[in-house]
Design a protein around this ligand. Structure first.
Ligand SMILES: [Zn+2]
Length: 206
């Protein structure tokens, strides 16, 4: 069986985009890049995650994030309206337990419960998969999802698509990229993974 290709889009939701409760600067810029990946990337599965909290979620307390966001069923929890929704084959909700947050697409922050995404991928695409991961934010949910994919799907090949992702602080983004590289995750660019792109496009200095 040929290796299946998966695009994993992390938390591209209204509350993390312009005008949202926890808006991340320039987050909206990832949307056209992700749409191009979806349109041209020949993915077998396009999976999106949604932060999906109950109204009294632990992360809303001042000692944590301190702000309500992505409350189940609200507009803020919806995926960005510009995203190619029709192409998304599966949505993984996370952070539904009141007392524990879930930054990774694959398991709760306390490490106790899996979300079920690794089983879903195994069932629909097997063990030898290629996962392209992107979304919001690079230095938290994207990074932790990539780490868990590395661990829970050890035979997978994982690439982080930098220009289809956005982070919050430059030092933290640089650190996250280094940490991902250190566990064998490729750091790449949409131009480099789209099949019909000229090989040198997008590389600096050419
Ligand atoms: Zn959250």
């Amino acid at each position: 069986m040929a290796t299946k290709k998966i695009l994993l889009v992390i938390d591209v939701q209204n509350d993390f985009c312009e005008g949202g409760a926890l808006a991340v600067k320039n987050a909206d810029d990832v949307v056209p890049v992700i749409n191009e990946l979806i349109a041209k990337g020949n993915y077998d599965l396009v999976i999106a995650t949604k932060d999906w909290h109950p109204p009294d979620h632990v992360s809303f307390q001042p000692e944590q994030i301190g702000k309500a966001h992505c409350v189940q069923g609200t507009k803020g929890a919806e995926l960005h309206p510009g995203l190619s929704h029709a192409a998304i084959t599966y949505i993984q909700h996370k952070g539904m337990e009141r007392d524990v947050d879930c930054n990774s697409a694959f398991r709760d922050n306390d490490g106790r419960n899996l979300t079920g995404l690794s089983d879903y991928i195994r069932a629909h695409a097997g063990e030898d998969v290629e996962i392209h991961i992107c979304g919001l934010v690079t230095n938290r949910c994207v990074k932790l999802s990539a780490f868990d994919a590395r661990e829970l799907l050890p035979r997978s090949k994982i690439a982080f698509i930098e220009d289809a992702s956005c982070g919050t602080r430059i030092e933290s983004i640089i650190k996250a990229k280094k940490e991902m590289q250190d566990v064998g995750i490729e750091i790449t660019h949409s131009r480099a993974v789209l099949p019909d792109s000229p090989p040198s496009a997008g590389l600096p200095g050419r």
